[in-house]
Design a protein around this ligand. Structure first.
Ligand code: GLC
Length: 822
């Protein structure tokens, strides 16, 4: 015993003498330390550590646990992103000397006390995620970071508008809203901050949302093989850990926390024609008329900065636009809605009304000595409203009302990172942060979000109908107010494909209504690239063609007859798909599922989904799988996940679980329909102001799995749907029972469709089957399999679907054509 004591003290001394210099000095990295105090109350645990760290762990819902840590006493709970309060749930919290357990029905957090570290487990004890034991959470100055052990084969997706691949493993990212004109395909950061990602490993998936608006950093094993980490350069460590067995449910929980998009106006789903800039009025009218003359359906025209007088917000250049209201009325009569651009900067110019009133109301961002901050943008020196103050937002809401009086339907919020000619705004500019006065360092990343909040609320009040909002910058939760486009991309193939990944990533991160500049903003696309891009655009949620100030015209007719024809075909298809698309948007308002979805949502654990060959494939709604390829290749590789797939235009069937080389054509984007899909369509219209015929065409694709589609309709413009004026109906297809059925109609809205045409794909000589319980067989007059496009009236069983007259049923066999033009 004595010998061993001596032995250990010698050992201790020698260890001490041999300690490296860094270990003998005060450690510049402050560790979280050991837990020294625990207070359990209800669904929450308050902790403190021997290193002076205060923490709080809250069971927020059965699937969400929130973790907060700070060197200070925990701040008043305040968030621009999170709109949900903790749910009252059953939680079991227990502890012993070594550990604490916080257990809900769906998730368990195990907290080690020495040192303080957290691990999350499934209810059946499988490890989902754990702190990296040696590193856990630490501070370097004000910067706080949490380190998670990298799990075997772990992948990471999401984080909003981030360049790079679908799988973010091996990369690091920063969030700092940035004006990224003509960004490169690897550039980071871009315009928007969404500090939410999903980790995937061992058949499990989880989400982490870091709710911190300072510059934040995420490392998914970049230059290290030990950890993934997330942190911010100030503020608290404040994250929500979300676990579900299905990845889609993680998005649902994340959007339950940060909110979902409201139902957008129907017209905003139509084609939008933009350029920087259409002026004067005659040019705007020429574009509108040409779209109509050439029978290219469209709903939106957008006015870029040249509509203003010397770029002064809330003014018009009256030489170019003598009577905006009259012009907008004329456009409206032609079925167009006008969206106009607003930038946050108010020109410093005596006598200019917005400047004078902004000064008077004292709503501009300031330096600590009270002087208004000025930065340079389009109009020269400008002040910037403080959208993080209610006073600033109220002022802006008033200004925006002007647009309603001028017949404007959409507000495009640009340059709201804040952009000041590529310069860095000083860190000491103050932001009200709704009564939690702070600096640019914490305020910047929410500036765009708060601008869209003010624009949305002002427009909503003044227009008294659903406004369309678009933004470049934002923060988590932006989907509550606005659509988002991906800024100043380039007219290059790699940008078209990057754009697809950006939109898919935004979708995973809660933002459903997204788009990119079709054709590219900087430079001029080749004819082939333009043709390919506009086809893809028809399969993106916000479909707008936009280009920069010194580029070639980019309207659908600018690339020759053949391309005009291709553009028209795909825009036509988009318009015929509106019932499907509107219902997909509705789904998103209810569940947060994006309209444009990476395959990783439904095929999370199929490794090929993440390969560089297939990572751009995506779903548009739940039925269409789109495979984007560069315009320069004649062959492309596609991956069919398990199941059965129908080529959209030929009906050719492909079996899932295989990779295939496709011959690509210039005029036909590879689009496949998933088996068992239900796709409602309508007749062709030139804009949503026009009524389609009163026949709803429902395509059903034979498959081996049961499926349901929630069909949704409302007036497309008012808020009456919030009071129950909608028409909703579940359409089901059950291959086992050989049944297609329509559930009861819900809501008080009268559908614009009275008739139904069913188009059945791949049903072959399907034997007996049922339509709303009524039996039919190929031998009866109800169903015929004469040829792929036979049509007939189902006499005798004319009204199997309550509320509709079933006009005809068309059976297409497996090679039935889905024509673009009928
Ligand atoms: C910014 C926008 C772009 C717009 C231009 C002029 O670059 O990103 O879309 O056309 O400003 O307003």
């Amino acid at each position: 015993m004595i010998r061993s004591l001596k032995y250990y003290s010698v050992l201790a001394l020698s260890v001490c003498l041999s300690l490296p210099a860094w270990a003998q000095q005060e450690n510049p990295v402050k560790k979280v330390g050991n837990i020294s105090d625990v207070q359990i109350s209800d669904q929450k645990v308050l902790l403190s550590t021997d290193n002076g760290i205060n923490a709080e762990i809250t069971a927020y819902s059965p699937s969400v646990i929130r973790v907060r840590m700070s060197e200070q006493p925990l701040a008043e709970d305040f968030s621009y992103a999170v709109v949900a309060a903790p749910q009252q749930i059953k939680v079991n919290i227990t502890q012993n000397d070594q550990q604490l357990s916080i257990q809900t029905d769906s998730l368990q957090a195990r907290v080690q006390k020495n040192p303080f570290s957290i691990a999350f487990y499934t209810p059946d004890g499988r490890l989902i995620n754990q702190d990296e034991q040696g590193l856990t959470t630490s501070w370097i100055g004000e910067e706080v970071t949490t380190y998670k052990k990298m799990q075997e084969g772990e992948r990471f997706i999401g984080l909003g508008e981030k360049t790079g691949g679908l799988d973010r493993r091996g990369n690091a990212y920063t969030n700092w809203n940035t004006d990224a004109f003509g960004y490169s395909t690897g550039q980071d950061p871009l315009y928007t901050t969404i500090p939410f990602f999903i980790g995937i490993h061992s058949g499990l998936n989880y989400g982490i949302f870091l709710d911190n608006t300072y510059r934040s950093n995420f490392n998914f094993g970049a230059s290290n093989n030990r950890f993934s980490s997330f942190g911010a350069e100030g503020g608290e460590m404040d994250y929500y850990f979300i676990y579900h067995t299905k990845l889609a449910d993680i998005i649902t929980s994340y959007t339950a926390l940060t909110g979902r998009m409201p139902m957008p106006p129907l017209w905003s789903l139509g084609y939008q024609q933009n350029r920087y800039s259409y002026y004067p009025e005659t040019e705007v009218m020429r574009i509108a008329q040409t779209l109509r003359e050439k029978k290219i359906p469209a709903d939106g025209i957008t006015l870029d900065i040249h509509y203003m007088d010397a770029y002064k917000l809330f003014t018009w250049n009256t030489e170019r636009f003598p009577d905006p209201l009259q012009m907008n009325k004329k456009l409206e009569d032609m079925g167009f809605k006008t969206t106009i651009i607003v930038d946050p900067g108010i020109k410093v110019e005596e006598g200019y009304a917005a400047y004078e009133s902004g000064l008077k109301e004292d709503i501009f961002l300031k330096y600590p000595d009270g002087q208004n901050y000025a930065g340079q943008v389009w109009p020269g020196w400008t002040h910037f409203p403080d959208f993080t103050s209610e006073k600033g937002r109220a002022w802006w809401r008033e200004q925006v009302k002007l647009f309603a009086d001028q017949g404007i339907d959409g507000i495009w919020n640009d340059m709201n990172e804040i952009a000041t000619w590529g310069q860095t705004m000083p860190g000491n500019v103050l932001f009200d942060y709704d009564g939690h006065l702070t600096t640019h360092k914490e305020g910047r990343n929410v500036y765009g979000l708060q601008m869209t909040r003010a624009s949305y609320n002002g427009a909503r009040e003044a227009m008294n109908k659903r406004p369309f909002l678009l933004t470049r910058a934002g923060y988590a939760g932006m989907q509550r107010y606005t659509a988002k486009w991906t800024g100043d991309n380039r007219s290059e193939d790699s940008h078209m494909l990057l754009g697809i990944r950006l939109l898919n990533s935004l979708g995973v991160s809660g933002v459903s209504f997204t788009g990119m500049d079709i054709g590219g903003f900087t430079g001029n696309p080749s004819v082939g690239l333009y043709a390919r891009w506009i086809q893809l655009g028809a399969f993106t949620p916000y479909f707008r063609n936009h280009t920069g100030v010194n580029t070639k015209s980019s309207e659908p007719w600018a690339y020759g007859e053949e391309v005009t024809e291709i553009a028209r075909n795909f825009i036509n298809l988009r318009y015929r798909l509106l019932p499907y698309l509107y219902s997909s948007f509705y789904e998103s308002t209810q569940t947060g599922q994006p309209v444009m979805r990476t395959l990783a949502i439904d095929y999370t654990h199929e490794p090929l989904v993440y390969s560089s060959d297939y990572q751009n494939q995506y779903f548009f709604g739940e039925a269409f799988m789109v495979a984007p390829f560069e315009s320069t290749t004649s062959f492309g590789k596609i991956y069919f996940p398990k199941g059965k797939w129908y080529e959209l235009f030929t009906g050719t069937v492909e079996q899932g679980g295989q990779e295939k080389i496709l011959q690509l054509s210039y005029n036909r984007l590879p689009v496949y329909v998933k088996e068992s899909s239900i796709i409602p369509m309508q007749s062709l219209i030139q804009s949503t102001a026009e009524m389609p015929t009163d026949t709803l065409i429902i395509h059903v694709y034979q498959g081996s799995v049961a499926n349901q589609f929630v069909y949704y309709e409302d007036d497309g413009e008012s808020f009456d749907h919030e009071k129950g004026e909608f028409y909703k109906r579940v359409i089901s297809y059950d291959p086992r029972k050989k049944a297609i059925s329509f559930g009861e109609a819900e809501g008080s809205f009268k559908s614009k469709f009275n008739h139904i045409k069913l188009v059945l794909h791949g049903f072959g000589d399907g034997g007996r089957w049922r339509l709303n319980g009524k039996s039919a067989s190929p031998k009866s007059s109800f169903v015929s399999f004469i040829d792929p496009i036979s049509r007939f009236d189902p006499q005798g069983v004319s009204n199997p679907i309550e509320g509709y007259n079933v006009k005809s049923i068309v059976i297409r066999n497996e090679n039935g054509r889905f024509s673009l033009t009928y």
